[in-house]
Write a protein that binds this ligand. Structure first.
Ligand SMILES: Nc1ncnc2c1ncn2[C@@H]1O[C@H](COP(=O)(O)OP(=O)(O)OP(=O)(O)O)[C@@H](O)[C@H]1O
Ligand SMILES: [Mg+2]
Length: 323
């Protein structure tokens, strides 16, 4: 059972109302119970922790969650999501992280820039193969800025003449009115394909692109527009030029995969040994981060469900023995 020191730390955290300390005390208790084989007690502490975590969404994020309930009138093809986790829990290349943090800093200090007649960068293109974090990064930028995350999906596109531009107009107007948000345009190549592309109706594709250009140029700088594509070569060149920041989220390097496996384990209260990490990384070589995550989850699930949990055995079962 949890030691007296742990219980005292938990009680102190509750009495002072320090939510981070409450979470940390509960975390320590869960880890202690797992270590001493008391899985039932660990599960009980964990359920307290989870209900607590639902309540410690930061106050800004809670404000936006409240706003979301009021906003039931989102335009066609757009949805609002409340994001709790920030960028710090992602695995990103340092050069990518640096650019993103710089952009966030600009937004948080926008008055400084405005005193020089400058605006923060707010038009970002995320490029890269599936499953390496484009959508995740966009949503977590919103969380770190403490603003709503508006995500636009394929429903915005319509085969009816003029309907797509109408939907786009509504989305951009809505975002501008919201005053401070992240507008995420997923699969942007489908919306902003090269004007000379092989469209069934080239005229309509040209109109959509021209319309998008006008909307993007008029977008206020407190709307952070983030577009994502797996095929930047399909984008219209004029549209492509509008993005002030272009970031590539490529397949993970060996180092990135190593960090990711270790942090995924920790997120689920499992400490993979360096040798186990190496095995998982070798097994998933050439795979995207989402696939690496899937393998880690399979291992941890297998361990959690076995009567005699043994991490080594579960690693072996899922990824095999390393040669
Ligand atoms: N860099 C990363 N750091 C942490 N988790 C990641 C990262 N990349 C991917 N993931 C995990 O993989 C899942 C899928 O990633 P995500 O949907 O963001 O990829 P994507 O690049 O948007 O893919 P697609 O092109 O298919 O839309 C995420 O929910 C997250 O759990
Ligand atoms: Mg995506």
């Amino acid at each position: 059972m949890a030691t007296v020191d742990m219980i005292i730390a938990g009680l102190n955290a509750c009495l002072t109302g320090n939510s981070n300390a409450i979470r940390s005390a509960l975390d320590t208790m869960v880890a202690h119970e797992i270590k001493t084989g008391n899985h039932t007690v660990a599960a009980k502490f964990r359920s307290v922790l989870e209900s607590h975590e639902n309540q410690v969404i930061s106050s800004t994020r809670r404000t936006y969650a409240a706003k979301k309930i009021l906003r039931s009138d989102t335009p066609k093809g757009m949805s609002e999501q409340v994001v709790v986790h920030g960028i710090d829990s992602m695995t990103l290349e340092k050069c990518v992280l640096d650019v993103v943090l710089k952009m966030i800093k600009e937004h948080k200090n926008r008055e400084r820039l405005q005193s020089y007649n400058l605006d923060p960068h707010h038009k970002i293109l995320l490029i890269g193969p599936p499953g390496n974090g484009k959508t995740t990064l966009a949503s977590r930028i919103a969380a770190d800025l403490g603003v709503p995350f508006f995500s636009v999906n394929g429903d915005v596109l319509s085969s009816l003449m003029g309907e797509t531009t109408k939907n786009i107009k509504e989305i951009f107007t809505y975002s501008a009115k919201a005053g401070g948000c992240v507008l995420f345009l997923d699969e942007f190549d489908a919306m902003g394909a090269e004007r000379s592309g092989k469209h069934s109706d080239v005229g309509e594709a040209k109109r959509i692109t021209a319309f998008l250009l006008t909307e993007i140029d008029a977008l206020p700088s407190d709307v952070v527009m983030i577009a994502a594509t797996n095929h930047q070569e399909l984008l219209d060149r004029a549209l492509w030029r509008r993005f002030q920041i272009k970031l590539e989220l490529g397949m993970p390097s060996h180092e990135q995969a190593t960090v990711f496996v270790s942090s995924t384990g920790k997120r689920h209260r499992v400490e993979f040994s360096p040798r186990q990490i190496l095995r998982i990384v070798k097994h998933t070589k050439g795979k995207c981060i989402a696939e690496i995550e899937h393998v880690c989850i399979e291992i941890i699930t297998d361990m959690a469900m076995s009567d005699k949990p043994d991490l080594e055995m579960s690693v072996e079962k899922i990824v095999g023995i390393m040669d």
